[in-house]
Design a protein around this ligand. Structure first.
Ligand code: NAI
Length: 435
């Protein structure tokens, strides 16, 4: 059995940073080097201005930074005598050419492979796909690095933004796909804090596919409940009650059954589209259409929400002040990638509304935002809630109402507030799938 002493990770983003910080704290005998080509990103980690907001992340960085955790832009520091290298770089939807807007772009993975190809490895390197990759990327890696002394494993990451540290400390499962001899070496790291029975060994394609499937199932649950919210709006049933009634069935479970303005984030949509693309490339049209509908319903839900805003306000938003609460794709993260807010803000701008935007952590590029809620409601015609930040439940809405123009609207894209209370304050309140 080879002794693992040194681990490196390509990519110091939402996954690479928190994952290596937790691993370093749980595996004090190993050294962890996080490598990124973006110097700004590396400087932020080293200067404790974390590019990622996650609860308790600072605690794990403080414990380990400059101890057994290093952030660097120097490939030599990363790969010298390295035993295991994680690939945790971004794999966005491909923006060009064949499979544009649906297949995953592995060009960042590719650039990592080129670095490794150039580097004079002195011992066997276990190369781990931590990024979510298209099926059979492992074959591609093996082909590119066929002259190098490497072995590829697939070890997809299942952390959720907003609860990343908790998820890393106590994962539901750890999946390791690939040659068992090397898979066990990687498992020896996880076994330092993850119970043995939670580590699942699979073949490498199953591991790759399991991540795409897990995210597609999550997306499917969101679209399923959102489709029901649309029915509820027509018949006067309450989708929150439906979620409770249906979710109490232990075969179904109550998680991921909350209606919203639609799923966002960097993963669900792109991974779902990746599955659709896989089906299409395998000429499985019925299967592709089944999953495509999950995606289309999400787009429809977003569209439905801004239509609700615009039509309720009599198609006349020009020069009206609208307060946007929340730009992140969910609470407790600073990530705004693929957030429903992006599309809704754009639509409201097209209607020439005056937007006042606030989020406790998130910042959209090139968009002016309020730093606090101070004065934000003065003279506003509407409040639009797009993220379920707890802070938004604690607003004094009676006071807000007094400061707002009349009529005062509230469009709650997360069903975060109690509709009857908002209505009794005088608001014209609209949730999703509720009377
Ligand atoms: P990110 O965009 O936050 O971070 C990726 C980092 O990789 C960036 O800092 C970028 O500069 C760096 N990078 C790009 N090319 C590089 C190269 N050649 N060498 C070194 N560094 C390079 O991405 P994020 O969100 O951390 O996602 C990474 C992967 O993990 C993706 O495949 C994603 O699908 C997957 N994933 C993401 C989750 C999430 O919640 N964000 C959860 C589970 C998986």
């Amino acid at each position: 059995h080879m002794q693992i002493n040194k681990v490196c990770c390509f990519g110091a983003g939402y996954v690479g940073g928190p994952t290596m910080a937790v691993m370093a704290s749980k595996c004090p005998k190993q050294t962890f080097v996080v490598y990124d080509i973006n110097e700004l990103q590396i400087n932020k980690w080293n200067n404790k201005q974390y590019p990622v907001y996650e609860k308790n992340l600072d605690e794990y960085i403080n414990q380990t930074l400059d101890n057994n955790l290093i952030f660097t832009c120097d490939i030599d520091i990363a790969l010298k005598d390295c035993d295991i290298a994680f690939l945790a770089v971004n794999t966005p939807s491909k923006k060009y050419g064949l499979g544009a807007e649906s297949s995953l772009d592995i060009s960042y993975i590719d650039s990592c492979l080129q670095e490794i190809k150039k580097y004079p490895l002195t011992k066997k390197l276990i190369l781990v796909e931590k990024s979510t990759v298209p099926i059979k990327t492992c074959d591609y890696i093996n082909a590119v690095l066929k002259d190098k002394n490497i072995c590829v494993l697939s070890n997809p990451e299942f952390l959720a933004e907003g609860t990343a540290i908790q998820d890393l400390l106590n994962p539901d499962r750890v999946i390791i796909g690939g040659t068992i001899e090397y898979a066990q070496q990687l498992a020896s790291l996880y076994q330092q804090w993850v119970p043995k029975e939670k580590i699942i060994f699979t073949n490498i394609y199953s591991a790759e596919l399991s991540k795409i499937v897990a995210n597609s199932f999550l997306a499917q649950r969101v679209s399923s409940i959102n489709s029901i919210s649309i029915i509820c709006d027509k018949i006067g049933a309450d989708v929150n009650e439906i979620s409770q009634c249906v979710g109490s069935d232990s075969r179904i479970g109550n998680k991921f059954l909350k209606t919203s303005v639609g799923f966002g984030g960097s993963c669900l949509k792109k991974d779902l589209l990746c599955l659709i693309y896989l089906c299409e490339s395998l000429q499985l049209d019925e299967v592709a259409q089944y999953w495509r509908q999950v995606y289309l319903l999400n787009e429809f839900q977003k569209q439905r929400f801004y239509n609700l805003i615009i039509t309720s306000m009599f198609n006349s938003l020009r020069n009206k002040i609208i307060v946007i609460l929340g730009v992140t794709f969910k609470a407790n993260t600073n990530d705004t990638r693929e957030s429903a807010s992006l599309m809704i803000i754009q639509k409201l701008q097209e209607e020439q509304a005056i937007l006042r935007i606030y989020d406790p952590q998130g910042k959209i590029d090139k968009l002016e935002q309020y730093q606090s809620l101070d004065g934000i409601f003065q003279g506003a015609s509407a409040i639009v809630i797009l993220t379920e930040w707890e802070e938004f439940t604690k607003i004094d809405y009676a006071q807000a109402y007094n400061q707002m123009a009349k009529p005062s609207y509230c469009f709650d894209g997360r069903n975060l507030l109690q509709g009857d209370i908002m209505k009794s304050l005088g608001f014209l309140y609209y949730g999703l799938g509720r009377i």
